[in-house]
Design a protein around this ligand. Structure first.
Ligand code: KIV
Length: 271
């Protein structure tokens, strides 16, 4: 049986939680079989899978369709769906409808919100309604136009305190876990020590309760990776090698060979 948010929450302080993004069924199946704890259908799909410049253009329908694909292929991991830009926070009713669809139609077990003070009441309301919330603080890419890029966050005393305060407030509002992105390791360690819900870091040092990365960065698929990620494989190179070999085999006539097709006896009268 798939883990619940309570199972993931209970891992805080027990053993490191592993989380990875996934945007399609085959990747989800492989990650699930490899033993990942949480699969995040991140709005990073904008850059990594959909060819957008950033995450702002990603729509709810796109996240919904990808979430459903990931859920269908996942047996063991907890599936969390990211709420895309402006799909939450504009009106409470629309936010609830959209979050609910990610669970009812997408099959996710929880939603993730890029947070600020505007998501406190919403987190409480969603949790009241039975929609578990993973909060996300630090670098929140949906704010790229305000942040002026994707740089480090929480680097001044004031900014660090703001992140720590919002982390506490989201825990009190009922979030079951917290992603901390691109913040100083000492800030992430302090927040992790103070909260009882698990923190999941990305570019936030080793002391979080878990780690998350974008799957393309981990497997080596894509042109650019952030400085805090690490490549554990070369899937892009292997894909290119396989596709070039296929092109060569077609060009040379080596493929298809007789075993890749069939001849039906008795069809001579067709010609
Ligand atoms: O969209 C995403 O992939 C994310 C992770 C980087 C945490 O939000």
């Amino acid at each position: 049986m798939s883990p619940t948010v309570a199972d993931v929450r209970a891992l805080a302080g027990e053993r490191p939680i592993t989380m990875l993004t996934a945007y399609d069924a085959p990747t989800a199946r492989i990650a699930d079989e490899a033993g990942i704890d949480v699969l995040l259908v991140g709005d990073s799909m904008g850059n990594t899978a959909l060819g957008y410049e950033d995450t702002l253009s990603v729509t709810l329908d796109e996240v919904l369709s990808r979430t459903a694909a990931v859920s269908r292929a996942t047996e063991e991991a907890l599936v969390v769906a990211d709420m895309p830009f402006l799909s939450f926070g504009v009106s409470e009713e629309r936010s609830i409808d959209n979050a609910g669809r990610l669970l009812t139609e997408g099959g996710a077990s929880a939603v993730k919100l890029e947070c600020g003070s505007h998501t406190l009441a919403l987190t409480e309301r969603l949790v009241d309604l039975g929609i578990p919330v993973m909060a996300h603080l630090g670098l929140t890419p949906q704010r790229v136009n305000q942040l002026g890029g994707y740089g480090r966050q929480g680097t001044s005393q004031e900014a660090a305190e703001r992140i720590a305060d919002l982390a506490h407030e989201h825990e009190e509002a009922g979030a079951f876990s917290l992603v901390l992105e691109h913040v100083p390791a000492n800030l992430a360690a302090a927040v992790t020590g103070e909260l009882s819900i698990p923190t999941i870091g990305i570019g936030a040092g080793p002391d979080c309760d878990g780690q998350v990365l974008v799957v393309n960065d981990v497997i080596g698929l894509g042109e650019w990776s952030p400085p805090f990620s690490k490549r554990f494989g070369d899937v892009g190179d292997e894909m290119e090698r396989a596709i070039a070999a296929y092109c060569e085999a077609v060009a040379s006539g080596e493929f298809p060979a007789p075993e890749h097709g069939h001849v039906e006896e008795g069809l001579d009268e067709l010609y």
